[in-house]
Design a protein around this ligand. Structure first.
Ligand code: ATP
Length: 276
């Protein structure tokens, strides 16, 4: 297994009381997998990704990349966040933004230029080398962030709701771009999204999380044909079945957490009455 999350637990030291964001997560990705992760809002998806990227220390358990424990940002891993606006440097051209991690790697100039040109062409921005991020639309900025991750030639690409802030048409284009890049580059991708349709459309598997404190609720195989396109795939009856299944699971996860908190509130009330 290329990437493993084992018994991962994260408790934040909140101001008032500790917040148990992730209770116990275990799952893995083989090399070349494209796996989507969905869960109710606030269930700890970002927390999990930060732990996997070595940006946040887990409270318990571990993340292993090629059997080695992740304790800081590992070489060979790239992350694309939702907030493309904040992840690009506004004073640097598109080319310089994409090139920066390669400079930091100490790569020779010629190789850097080739990789940057290849990555920008792959995301359809071959003409935008000299533009600045603020001159581009949101969707184009997100393409730059993806190009930067691709140029870095990662083995593993973690994406945290990368298309949440772009319009629906751009989003569909970017989804297809991710599937194309995945097929061409053979990179292993973990894609976090709160959009159920997006998860089913993109993934070979969908990991469904429970509400916080979070555990894996189900790992669903997406048995749709490998060749996907926005019209045919989304109108496939199997697609509809799968998305309904994921939807029902997430609704159930939300209900359970509400029932849980009602129960807890009732218990507290009872406890108070006994005390009075
Ligand atoms: N630095 C922090 N300190 C305390 N609590 C935190 C911190 N960061 C996150 N949390 C809490 O941990 C839980 C999980 O948060 P996280 O952002 O990982 O969830 P998420 O699934 O990514 O959320 P969303 O669906 O809204 O993007 C939430 O209850 C959140 O309030």
């Amino acid at each position: 297994m290329l990437l493993e999350v084992r018994d991962l637990k994260k408790v934040y030291e909140g101001r008032q009381r500790p917040v148990e964001a992730v209770r116990d997560l275990t799952f893995g990705l083989d090399a070349g997998d494209l796996v989507c992760l969905v869960g109710p809002s606030g269930c700890g998806k970002t927390t999990l990704l930060k732990c996997m990227a070595g940006l946040l220390a887990p409270t318990g358990g571990e993340v292993l990349l090629r059997d080695k424990r992740v304790t800081g940002p590992p070489p060979g891993m790239a992350v694309v966040f939702q907030e493309y606006g904040r992840s690009l440097f506004p004073w640097m051209s598109v080319r310089d933004n994409v090139e920066l991690p390669l400079r930091n790697k100490g790569m020779p100039r010629r190789q850097r230029q080739e990789l940057v040109a290849g990555a920008l062409a792959a995301v359809g921005l071959a003409d935008a080398h000299h533009a600045y991020p603020w001159q581009l639309s949101g969707g184009m900025q997100q393409r730059v962030a993806i190009a930067r991750a691709v140029a870095y030639q990662p083995d593993v690409l973690l994406m945290d709701e990368p298309f949440a802030a772009v319009d629906a048409q751009t989003r569909a284009d970017l989804e297809d771009l991710i599937r194309d890049l995945w097929r061409e580059l053979g990179v292993t991708i973990l894609f976090v999204t709160h959009d159920i349709d997006e998860a089913v459309y993109l993934g070979q598997r969908v990991i469904i999380l429970s509400s916080s404190p979070t555990v894996v609720r189900e790992v669903l195989d997406v048995d749709l044909p490998d060749q996907r396109d926005q019209l045919t795939t989304r109108s496939d009856s199997r697609f509809t079945e799968l998305r309904s299944h994921v939807y029902a699971q997430i609704q159930a996860a939300k209900r359970e957490s509400t029932v849980g908190s009602h129960d807890a509130a009732r218990q507290t009330d009872l406890a108070r009455q006994v005390l009075q």
